[in-house]
Design a binder for this molecule. Structure first.
Ligand SMILES: CC(=O)N[C@H]1[C@@H](OP(=O)(O)OP(=O)(O)OC[C@H]2O[C@@H](n3ccc(=O)[nH]c3=O)[C@H](O)[C@@H]2O)O[C@H](CO)[C@H](O)[C@@H]1O
Ligand SMILES: [Mn+2]
Length: 345
């Protein structure tokens, strides 16, 4: 039954059990007994639902910090990348560890055409909650520099640059071309002035802390609409003709493209690969089902992120606030009138 046994620094020890053939009803008894005997943390997953049917036990005597704090959600991936949820980290410890490092976080945000209307709320809320205390360099990509609000007060060490970009005819094209434009921007200038980069949608607002706990070499966020679905129901690209194709029996998580980031080199490689794949698809007249998000998901299946952000970091206002796992919404898509803001439907 026990097929893996790891020493992990935050846990005393950890066991991963595949449960494909076992009924979950029997698990409680089995585990309670097992855990009490050997006093350890246990993570169970089955190959199909592993991030959903996730049980996480610890013995009374062994309440290490991480496992003592959250027992209801998956906090580490099968490849041992942390998944950041409220209650899995100590903001004070994180801040102390990062504040002295003089880090600059490049932050790209596109506001093309009518999407410039989202910039003010985005920037004002970012100044309250995003990487507070660190140096942040916003790169606003827009075709309408005059529409970028010039009276948002930025904190000390925080800068905003405007990068002029063309407007494409379709919203899908505007969205997917970001991969190419970010890749070029990293290569041409961002790489000299930043340690990390985050790439964000603009139709979003910060509501809570998004701090250095979110930093890592390659970081992606779990889509708020799909975290409880089995992989076969993820909206990956399913047509073999696209380079973003993922078969039904593959996949770890469904990531949302509204926020991803990491070290400059890693994000450069990601955007370059996605851009190349988008171009190959285009040359045969294919556009992946969710444009650059489909390619991002393909890339992250083969290049595992080193840190995952829970849906707290990419919520959707249209989803309300009732999900019991979500203790805090940090960053969320605002409800938009698509017919009003997009170039096409
Ligand atoms: C629920 C849903 O439908 N989600 C999909 C939709 O996300 P979204 O509805 O979040 O896409 P979106 O309209 O926000 O576009 C993505 C981003 O591109 C920029 N932008 C887009 C259009 C425009 O005219 N001007 C502009 O600046 C802007 O930064 C925006 O935040 O589309 C994405 C990109 O294809 C992904 O496929 C998402 O999964
Ligand atoms: Mn969006």
């Amino acid at each position: 039954m026990v097929n893996a046994f790891y020493e992990v620094h935050t846990y005393k020890c950890l066991i991963v059990l595949p449960l494909t053939a076992v009924y979950l009803d029997y698990l409680d008894d089995y585990l309670a007994d097992y855990v009490l005997k050997i006093k350890m943390c246990v993570i169970i997953y089955d190959d199909y639902y592993y991030y959903y049917y996730y049980y996480y036990y610890y013995s009374g005597g062994l309440k290490c910090r991480s496992c003592g704090w959250r027992t209801d959600v998956l906090t580490v991936t099968p490849w041992l990348a942390p998944i950041v949820w409220e209650g899995t980290f100590d903001p004070q410890v994180i801040d102390e560890a990062f504040m002295s490092q003089n880090l600059t976080i490049a932050t790209t945000v596109f506001a093309v055409g009518r999407y410039t209307r989202f910039l003010r709320d985005f920037l004002e809320s970012a100044e309250k909650h995003f990487m507070v205390g660190l140096e942040v360099h916003y790169y606003v990509f827009t075709d309408l520099p005059d529409d970028v609000p010039n009276n948002v007060t930025l904190g000390v060490g925080r800068l905003l640059s405007i990068v002029r970009v063309p407007k494409f005819d379709r919203w899908q094209e505007i969205s997917l071309r970001r991969m190419e434009l970010i890749q070029t921007a990293i290569k041409d200038h961002i790489h000299r002035g930043a340690n990390y980069i985050f790439c964000l949608d603009v139709d979003m607002r910060f509501h809570g802390r998004v701090g250095p706990e979110a930093l890592g070499r390659l970081v992606a966020a779990i889509h708020p609409w799909f975290y409880m679905y089995p992989r076969s129901q993820f909206p990956y690209e399913r047509r073999t003709v696209s380079t973003a194709y993922i078969p039904l029996d593959q996949g770890d998580f469904y990531y949302q493209a509204n926020i991803f980031g990491g070290a400059l080199e890693d994000v450069h490689r990601l955007t370059k690969t996605c851009r190349e794949h988008l171009e190959v698809d285009k040359s045969v007249g294919v556009e992946a089902v969710w444009q650059e998000e489909s390619h991002l998901n393909w890339y992250l299946l083969r290049n595992k992120p080193t840190k995952l952000l829970s849906p707290e970091y990419v919520w959707d206002d249209a989803k309300g606030r009732d999900d019991k796992e979500i203790k805090l919404v940090r960053f969320s898509s605002v409800i938009k009138n698509k017919a009003e803001v997009r170039e096409n439907l």
